[in-house]
Design a protein around this ligand. Structure first.
Ligand SMILES: CC(C)(COP(=O)(O)OP(=O)(O)OC[C@H]1O[C@@H](n2cnc3c(N)ncnc32)[C@H](O)[C@@H]1OP(=O)(O)O)[C@@H](O)C(=O)NCCC(=O)NCCS
Length: 159
């Protein structure tokens, strides 16, 4: 019997981050925002853990099995919201570590999010992506997302 070769990258839902994951999430979030905000462990815990424990938020990660520690090299999230018009969902925080781009991980992560939304029977998945994010826009279109003509508004609130 032929044994199937284990894939190098593991894509899985992460229910709760370990302490060692927090600086990695911080690094990925910095690559997403272009900012260099290094959060101390306690602060990172306060900022990131609530997203993982929120039942309406599903967070998927890509891990590199080449290394014993299986480091996290990508992350992507989808939230669900029950409205009067059915279950809606939206994609957030898609980022693959710079050193790992172009290997198909972004596609695998977003496919995992689409799978989760289908299993939950969401009506659709929304997302926004700045046109300057050329790779991301190409990725979403490749996976079937269609550009909508609508106005996107935001009211900034002091945090
Ligand atoms: C967008 C991002 C997640 C893609 O991750 P990735 O693992 O490199 O993407 P993949 O290797 O899975 O490529 C998927 C598709 O994206 C597009 N793409 C990837 N790299 C690209 C590049 N350099 N130029 C143009 N398109 C590109 C292609 O359509 C590609 O499909 P193909 O390989 O069949 O041609 C990654 O570039 C990233 O983290 N960017 C910074 C953060 C960001 O912009 N996040 C999106 C926020 S909305």
């Amino acid at each position: 019997m032929k044994r199937r070769k284990k894939e190098r990258f593991l894509i899985r839902r992460m229910y709760f981050p370990q302490v060692k994951d927090l600086p990695v999430i911080n690094k990925l979030m910095n690559q997403l925002s272009g900012k260099k905000r290094r959060l101390a462990l306690m602060k990172a815990h306060q900022v990131y853990v609530p997203a993982f424990v929120d039942e309406a938020m599903y967070i998927y990660v890509a891990q590199d099995r080449k290394f014993k520690t299986e480091p996290m090299v990508g992350i992507a999230a989808i939230y669900f919201v029950q409205t009067l018009n059915g279950l809606k969902s939206g994609i957030e925080d898609v980022v693959v570590d710079k050193k790992y781009r172009g290997l198909g991980l972004g596609k695998k992560l977003v496919r995992a999010l689409i799978g989760a939304a289908k299993r939950k029977k969401a009506k659709y998945i929304d997302l926004t992506s700045n046109p300057k994010r050329v790779e991301a826009n190409a990725l979403y279109q490749k996976l079937g997302f269609k550009k909508r003509e609508t106005n996107v508004y935001r009211l900034e609130l002091a945090s």
